[in-house]
Ligand binder design. Structure first.
Ligand code: HEC
Ligand code: HEC
Ligand code: HEC
Ligand code: HEC
Ligand code: HEC
Length: 298
């Protein structure tokens, strides 16, 4: 789902290979099997506990079973969202007590329960965790002149919050009340010009890393560029301002591209050397084989 591959580093498995154990005889093997068994059962206990903790949220369990669809649908939409796997749940936006199975206790206003958040303060609700976006949105045309319309959930939805792209959000039914299609096309094109290269650098870096060449510099520069976009262009909703930021980023992108190209050349060189060694090895093996054949039998 997450195109940015934020933590997309390939995990290294097999660091503690069991191979050498083979030669160490049964006692060691048996001890290892025992240890593996123990750690496995620990893992299962861990998983069971985690599952219990996840289902122990009473907002989720009670609402999922309510007959009124308006009351149960939020659960299933939220489960598909980016918030659910990130551990952001009902009480993070609605307050209340997620440990009680009694409706009135769970909906306790003393515990800051809010039924329907006021559309005029939704940006503050989301902004508690997404401050950069709120800070850019409030003085934008949608915050000031637009009278907080569209607000965060008009564009991102309230429960099925997905990883956003410009084309996902600027569907005509959201924006056409106030905008000509040409503004939307310009907006999508600008967002793509600003963010697509960063996506591509990150993807290239992951491929290069898997071939063993270090890519920390590339990733660091890609992150800087993305942060600059998010801080200065995202959610400002003024095309002129966005153009200025994207133009300045396009001055930086060729430099990053050059680093990517250099790293790719390094990958190619390593591969070529690898093949050369294999070739040399095969030739050597052939020579030894021939040599042994021409030797007289002992
Ligand atoms: C034991 C069941 C139960 C639990 C637990 C529960 N709710 Fe509810 N909730 C309901 C019912 C039933 C309604 C509909 C009540 C109504 O229409 O007055 C409701 C309504 C709501 C509404 C809509 C309010 C509105 O004004 O439209 C929200 C939001 C809500 N719950 C959030 C939560 C959150 C957050 C939690 C956990 C902290 C929670 N609920 C825990 C049963 C529950
Ligand atoms: C990211 C914040 C967020 C999370 C997480 C969240 N909600 Fe909501 N929820 C909202 C907002 C905002 C509204 C009001 C939307 C609006 O005004 O359009 C809302 C509305 C509702 C409503 C009223 C729906 C209706 O049609 O009247 C219910 C019920 C509800 N939420 C339940 C839940 C439950 C249950 C969970 C957990 C599974 C949950 N919400 C998680 C932000 C959230
Ligand atoms: C209690 C903290 C919290 C609240 C409140 C909250 N979010 Fe989030 N949100 C997160 C976390 C954590 C993530 C996942 C990590 C990340 O990617 O930043 C996330 C991810 C997102 C994403 C995807 C971005 C990405 O980089 O993957 C969007 C869009 C988003 N939230 C919108 C909203 C909206 C709209 C609201 C208000 C209705 C809201 N959030 C309320 C914590 C929160
Ligand atoms: C007019 C529609 C619109 C409104 C209103 C809006 N957003 Fe967004 N949001 C977008 C678009 C489009 C993107 C993806 C492109 C970008 O980042 O510029 C996005 C991206 C995001 C992201 C992901 C940024 C990342 O890390 O890539 C978060 C988080 C987010 N918005 C939160 C919010 C919050 C919080 C609010 C309210 C203060 C809000 N948005 C209001 C359209 C909107
Ligand atoms: C309630 C009306 C309203 C809605 C709905 C709305 N906007 Fe806007 N938007 C405005 C206003 C007002 C401005 C500032 C004046 C202008 O440039 O049109 C603006 C400006 C913009 C701009 C900058 C335009 C420029 O020429 O600089 C972008 C981009 C934008 N909105 C995107 C969106 C997107 C994407 C959506 C749909 C998710 C959307 N808007 C929905 C009212 C709205």
């Amino acid at each position: 789902m997450n195109e940015w591959m934020r933590d997309g580093r390939p995990t290294r498995v097999g660091a503690g290979s069991l191979l050498p154990v083979k030669s160490r005889g049964y006692p060691v093997k048996a001890a290892l099997v025992l240890l593996a068994g123990l750690s496995l059962s620990w893992t299962f206990v861990g998983i069971a506990e985690a599952q219990q903790a996840a289902t122990a949220n009473t907002c989720v369990s009670c609402h999922a079973g309510l007959d009124d669809e308006d009351m149960s649908l939020p659960v299933f939409e939220w489960q598909r969202s980016v918030h659910s796997p990130a551990g952001i749940s009902c009480q993070d936006c609605h307050g209340g007590n997620p440990a009680s199975n009694v409706e009135d206790v769970a909906h306790d206003v003393e515990m800051d329960f809010v039924g329907l958040p006021d559309p005029y303060i939704i940006h503050e609700l989301c902004g508690e965790c997404h401050q950069v976006q709120m800070d850019n949105y409030v003085p934008s045309p949608h915050g000031l002149e637009g009278d907080f319309w569209p607000n965060c959930v008009d564009c991102h939805a309230n429960h099925e919050v997905l990883f956003p792209t410009a084309s996902l959000i600027s569907t005509p039914d959201n924006c056409e009340d106030c905008h000509e299609q040409v503004i939307m096309d310009d907006f999508i094109a600008l967002t793509d010009r600003g963010l697509e290269p960063v996506n591509e650098f990150r993807q290239a870096a992951e491929e290069i890393r898997s071939a063993g060449v270090p890519v920390d510099m590339i990733l660091a520069q890609a992150s800087l560029a993305r942060d600059a976009y998010i801080q200065r262009a995202s959610h400002v909703f003024v095309l002129e301002e966005m153009i200025a930021v994207v133009d300045s980023l396009e001055q930086v992108y060729p430099g990053i591209q050059k680093e990517v190209d250099t790293a790719r050349t390094e990958v190619d060189t390593r591969r070529r050397f690898g093949w050369m060694f294999i070739g040399l090895f095969l030739v050597l093996a052939g020579v030894i084989w021939l040599y042994r054949r021409v030797l007289p039998d002992p």
